[in-house]
Design a protein around this ligand. Sequence first.
Ligand SMILES: Nc1ncnc2c1ncn2[C@@H]1O[C@H](COP(=O)(O)OP(=O)(O)OP(=O)(O)O)[C@@H](O)[C@H]1O
Length: 394
Amino acid sequence: MKSHITNAISDFFCEYETPRQVLVRNRRVGVVCRLIQLGVLAYIIVWVFIYEKGYQSTDTAVSSVFTKMKGVGYTNVSGEERVWDVADYVFPSQGDASFVVMTNYIITEGQKMGKCPELPGKHHCSSGSDCEGGRYKRTGHGQMTGVCVNTTKTCEVLAWCPVEDDSKIPDPPLLMSAENYTLFIKNSVTFPTFKVSRSNLVEGIDKNYIGNCLHDPKTAPLCPIFRLGDIVKMSGFSFETIAKVGGAIGIVIDWTCNFDVDVRKCKPTYEFHGLYGNPDEKDDVRASVGYNFRYAKHYLEDKVQKRTLLKVFGIRFDIIVQSLARKFDIIPTLTAIGSGVGIFGVATVVCDLMMLYLLPKREFYKNMKFKYTESQTQDPDSEAGSTETEASNK
Ligand SMILES: Nc1ncnc2c1ncn2[C@@H]1O[C@H](COP(=O)(O)OP(=O)(O)OP(=O)(O)O)[C@@H](O)[C@H]1O
């Protein structure tokens, strides 16, 4: 027993098994096999290594975005002149990556808490029973008092009075001058795996340049200051339509970087996409057109609290940062090579199938490829067992 184990251990260390190969001299099989191998080689080199860059590892960035608008708007509504600066037309004003620039508005000034009728047309009533006291209508402006006002034939409500009349949207938009406002985008990205940080104020963008440049995809692709009219145009919208009813535009900052070359070559590209609002939006029966929201400024007048209500139509900008950085890494390189070598086995499988089942001399190749043994069947009555010759594939 002991010598048996010793022998096995000695065999394990002193012997080496290697498969015996059969060299098939057949042109058809040879050509098919080489073609498949060539195909696999081309796939590994062109697709896996060159196109998919299988020799590099990847990382996405964590990023932050600041924005700042500049520009002044002017309106003259019924002789009342007004200048709108950045603190008036940007919501919110903190310089977020998502913000709204007001381009049109409906203003209701001097609203104070009190009782007044709803607007004629929308909340029609014929008697007090149509205006149940203490209740609210779905699109009403306040709490109904139970009175149906004779002059307007609408329910009286406890609300901010007078109620807003938004039946007519100013056309052309009141702040068409928004077309010339400029947007400054400051974006910094960090790729944590590669420990690289970049900013869109890349090398060469200095104080002097930033003070004068305006982004242009061809002549100034790295300038971080954008004219609103250009953004809207590049996103496929017409400024007048989107300014009248509002809409949304996505600004995509794309960082696709290869850190196997100089880090300074890692620069952003900008794309503009219309996200909401159709350039042909004119249909009155459409469920919801454009983008708007309400905003109120509260103040005290003669110790009475009052407010100015603005229904704001504007362009909502969403700045989205996309990133993908790559760098050489031995692990994905070896994985790609290993999987490529594995795919070479496909050639062997296909050629074996062809040789053993399709070619006219398949029996001959079968005999050459496989070595047949005699199999033993155990006879339960005899210890030596009986030997039965049967051809079996091993
Ligand atoms: N929307 C914009 N359009 C054009 N230039 C801008 C815009 N936002 C900022 N800038 C200019 O870019 C430079 C850097 O702006 P940053 O906000 O860092 O500095 P700032 O001195 O605080 O700017 P500001 O002029 O608002 O006081 C400044 O010269 C600024 O005037």
